[in-house]
Ligand binder design. Structure first.
Ligand code: UD1
Length: 431
């Protein structure tokens, strides 16, 4: 089984370049189903989740060619003639459910495995399904699968031409996945759709811009009220994926823990502003150079404890919660993190405590009593971001840290170990 071996306490310095955003790439790949000709995506990260989404598209019989060295992916959806996302793939990657909106919109039907739980919580898709119903679809569960069909398409005639109908959708929570699935579904529905209490995430805006480049009519993406006027067809396009803010945040924390001066290129400050401002409050010297570059210096003076509460964008991102916890674990005094988005996102705490941290969980709060230093230990990656947090802890710890189950990390970080090694980290991947 693959592991990372990290010898900690090395000073990091130099430049690192952030890859394309995982959470944009996956959505754009799913949205490509809507096109009537070839889509070319640039700046696609070479990560496991992209390979899994490519598998999902191939299962539908789309033609997919990924050139990882060029970070270029081509999708020809014109051969799609299957409408089922199978359990093996949905279980492996929940984002597979994002093919539901495009398939339902274009073909009037979809069959999708019920995702079930995952390491960070229950993660329902009830809001997606309720939205599909608002748009005129019916859902029923059979043998572990959700079958959705536009009402008049119940005879299960493929390509019958039945269309979703534009509607007003009021989301109970600004779910990113539901907003994106419904925005994709509405693009080719008949008439106008309004999504109220929509997610305002930057990747949701990237998806909207991509759909607009295919010919979709979408207004006010990035606000909590998105308007979509359905069009008859969407055409193929070429599009460059935005940079990954969570990867940027991960390298910012690596630099805050062990950096002398680290220059993070292709990182957009405004997309993670609340996170960067929190680090300023901590006392990290962090600044935007204006050309999509963030410069981080670890100051020698004492750092400050902080309170953090995760919230949907533009709030503090839940994905950076385990990552910043590593930094807070070595700042003397008490810091508190409140997790408001996922109920099970403190799984990494026991592992971090095994490295000498002092963190207590009380409901959805983590009370962090800063220690002087962490000490290397064998630890496990519980999920993608928890795994990255373990690597960061290893970089800052005395001695050797072995991180196992790193397939979770490889789902979402392109060349993680070589990027860190390029900054001076002593990290190797062993099989
Ligand atoms: C996306 C991101 C993930 C990030 C999360 C929150 C992708 C591929 N993943 O996940 O990295 O951590 O946003 O920023 O983009 N919920 C429901 N019912 C639903 C949908 C969601 O109850 O139908 C709940 C979830 O259980 C969770 C919360 O809403 O507690 C947020 O979920 P959501 O915003 O949908 O996250 P994802 O899109 O799954």
């Amino acid at each position: 089984m693959k592991k990372y071996i990290i010898r900690g306490n090395k000073t990091l310095s130099g430049n690192v370049r952030i890859s394309g955003a995982k959470n944009s790439a996956l959505k754009l790949m799913a949205a490509s189903i809507l096109a009537n000709s070839k889509v070319t995506l640039q700046n696609v990260p070479d990560i496991e989740d992209v390979n899994t989404m490519a598998e999902v598209l191939k299962t539908l019989n789309a033609k997919v060619v990924f050139k990882p060295q060029k970070n270029r992916l081509e999708i020809d959806p014109s051969s799609i003639n299957s409408f089922e996302a199978p359990y093996e793939l949905v279980r492996k990657m929940r984002a597979s459910v994002l093919v539901a909106g495009p398939l339902l919109s274009k073909f009037g039907r979809v069959k999708i495995a019920i995702p079930g739980g995952c390491n960070i919580g229950a993660r329902q898709i009830d809001l997606h399904l309720k939205g599909f119903e608002n748009l005129g679809a019916e859902n029923y569960v059979e043998h572990g699968y959700i079958n959705c069909a536009v009402k008049s398409d119940k005879a299960k005639v493929i390509n019958s031409g039945s269309k979703l109908k534009g509607s007003i959708i009021n989301l109970d929570f600004p779910s990113r996945g539901a907003t994106e699935n419904l925005m994709m579904a509405a693009c080719m529905a008949e008439g106008k759709t309004v999504i109220n209490n929509a997610a305002r995430e930057t990747e949701t805006v990237d998806l909207a811009n991509f759909l607009i480049s295919m010919g979709a009519q979408i207004d006010r993406a990035g606000t909590d009220c998105i308007e979509i006027n359905g069009v008859k067809t969407l055409k193929g396009t070429e599009y460059r994926i935005m940079p990954d803010s969570i990867e940027a945040g991960t390298f910012i924390i690596a630099a805050s823990l062990c950096g002398s001066k680290v220059v993070i290129e292709n990182a957009i400050w405004k997309n993670i502003e609340i996170f960067c401002l929190k680090l300023k409050e901590v006392g990290i010297d962090i600044e935007s150079r204006g050309d999509n570059t963030i410069v981080v210096r670890r100051l020698a003076n004492t750092l400050n404890t902080v309170y953090i509460s995760t919230l949907p964008y533009p709030g503090f991102p839940t994905d950076l919660q385990p990552i910043i916890a590593v930094l807070l674990s070595v700042i003397p005094g008490i810091s508190i993190i409140t997790e408001n988005v996922f109920e099970n996102r403190f799984m990494y705490v026991d592992e971090l405590n095994r490295m000498g941290a002092n963190i207590k969980i009380d409901g959805h709060h983590a009370v962090i009593k800063g220690v002087k230093n962490l000490s290397g230990a064998p630890v496990k990656a519980f999920d993608l971001r928890a795994g990255a947090a373990m690597v960061l802890a290893g970089l800052a710890a005395d001695g050797i840290t072995e991180v196992s189950d790193i397939h979770h990390i490889q789902r979402g970080y392109e060349n993680f170990e070589s990027k860190l090694a390029g900054l001076g980290a002593d990290i190797s991947l062993v099989t």
